[in-house]
Unconditional design. Sequence first.
Length: 156
Amino acid sequence: MKKLIAALCLSALCSGCDDSRYYEQYTDFKPGYWLVNEKPVFEFEIADNTRPYNLLLTVRNESDYPFANLYYQWQLKDSTGRELDKKLASDYLFDQKTGWPLGNSGLGNIYDHRFHLLEGYTFPYNGKYTLQYEQFMRTDTLRGILAVGLRIERKP
């Protein structure tokens, strides 16, 4: 029990030292399925539009995810609802040749991934923005995806 508490404290301490992180939020899918009609939206505010930012998709999946990759669409909008950018993308969660899981694992069969959406992006003005994801796989119920999120980093 003491080791678990120490590990949690160390994890919290290390995550607090991430100077590049500007924003990070997740949407959890219960019970581990991303349904086609679930379209997570992340709302955030940019206070300094003169700085460039990196926007990243974060994915948490189980090792029994039935596919090698993930097709998804993302859409960035400003506070008026005007679309600023939109893309259909695909990223690999497992190695194409070996089938070994990619990403970082801290909890057995659970893996975390970060995929770049926009690099060095400069927002047009200070204010609120939203980013929405939609899964584009060939199944309505995408088993093995536990969570998706948005991470925004300040570009050095």
